[in-house]
Design a protein around this ligand. Structure first.
Ligand SMILES: NC(=O)c1ccc[n+]([C@@H]2O[C@H](COP(=O)([O-])OP(=O)(O)OC[C@H]3O[C@@H](n4cnc5c(N)ncnc54)[C@H](O)[C@@H]3O)[C@@H](O)[C@H]2O)c1
Length: 257
């Protein structure tokens, strides 16, 4: 392959404008960095103010502190993209939280907080993003799902319900958006070594690394491996993918344990 061709492959998001939610850590951070490296301008949204420090030296990534579960944050993220960069091409709905409790011990507040961030946040950001994308007749939305889009285990009823909802939001919005040239897809991530579980267990990263060994691939992923799938789905190379949940889980969802 000639150098030029190889460079083009790695700049296949040149000039695109993206919003990535939950971008301060883990998979969202890896996605924001990779989209920028492939040529995109990025609005990096997170409820954690550390997002400001994470991207402070990068002029092509604008951090914004916001709670994805609010209409105001969704509107603000889209406004920043269109006002600072002139348009919006890509939305990555990545922010999520997890509560690990059997349903009998879960409060209504805990249930609602997971649904608000992990399902309603996807709806709100997709709705506002579509308003900006439809006039341009192009765009891509990528939602970060999980094997919990399909499978579950005790203790994660709210999270699994939210990821199941995310899968159905993905399919339904895909049907509504494709007539406008906008593709909506999701990535079904397996175990990835991040801080996701740290809110309820100190050894969250070690647990994910260990749990990943149950997958046929016998390991957990690094965030960058999920970001690669997102970058592909966000790019024009994924031109025929509509409403797909692409499983990136080391085979976890295809094996009977
Ligand atoms: N780590 C895994 O094993 C795994 C597996 C499957 C799916 N996922 C999914 O990957 C995505 C990213 O998770 P991660 O593993 O990188 O976890 P993480 O905890 O490292 O990152 C999640 C980010 O979302 C942010 N966030 C949480 N609530 C928010 C809100 N209301 N508004 C804005 N930002 C908010 C957090 O501050 C954090 O920066 C999630 O959708 C998660 O469900 C993760």
């Amino acid at each position: 392959m000639k150098n030029n061709e190889s460079n083009n492959i790695h700049r296949d998001l040149d000039g695109k404008v993206a919003i990535v939610t939950g971008a301060a850590s883990g998979i969202g951070l890896a996605i924001a960095k990779l989209l920028e490296a492939r040529g995109a301008f990025v609005v990096a949204e997170d409820i954690n103010p550390t997002v400001n420090g994470v991207f402070k030296d990068n002029e092509r990534i604008i951090p914004v502190v916001g709670d994805v579960a609010t209409e105001q944050s969704a509107q603000e993220a889209v406004a920043i993209a269109t006002e600072r960069f002139g348009k919006l091409d890509i939305l990555v709905n990545n922010a999520a939280r997890i509560v690990y409790k059997n349903a009998i011990d879960m409060t209504l507040e805990e249930w609602n907080s997971i649904m608000d961030v992990t399902a309603t946040g996807v709806f709100l950001h997709s709705r506002e993003a579509l308003k900006a994308m439809i006039p341009n007749k192009t765009g891509a939305i990528v939602n970060i799902g999980s094997y919990a889009c399909y499978q579950t285990f005790p203790g994660i009823s709210a999270y699994a319900a939210a990821k199941g909802a995310l899968a159905q939001i993905t399919r339904t919005l895909a049907l509504e958006a494709i007539e406008h040239g906008i593709r909506v897809n999701a990535v079904g991530a397996g175990d990835v070594v991040t801080n996701l579980l740290n809110t309820f267990r100190e050894d969250g990263r070690d647990f994910l690394a260990e749990h990943g060994k149950q997958a046929p691939i016998k390991r957990a992923a690094q965030p960058e491996e999920i970001a690669e799938v997102v970058a592909f789905l966000a790019s024009d190379k994924a031109s025929f993918l509509v409403g797909s949940i692409v499983m990136a889980d080391g085979g976890m969802s295809v094996v009977i344990q």
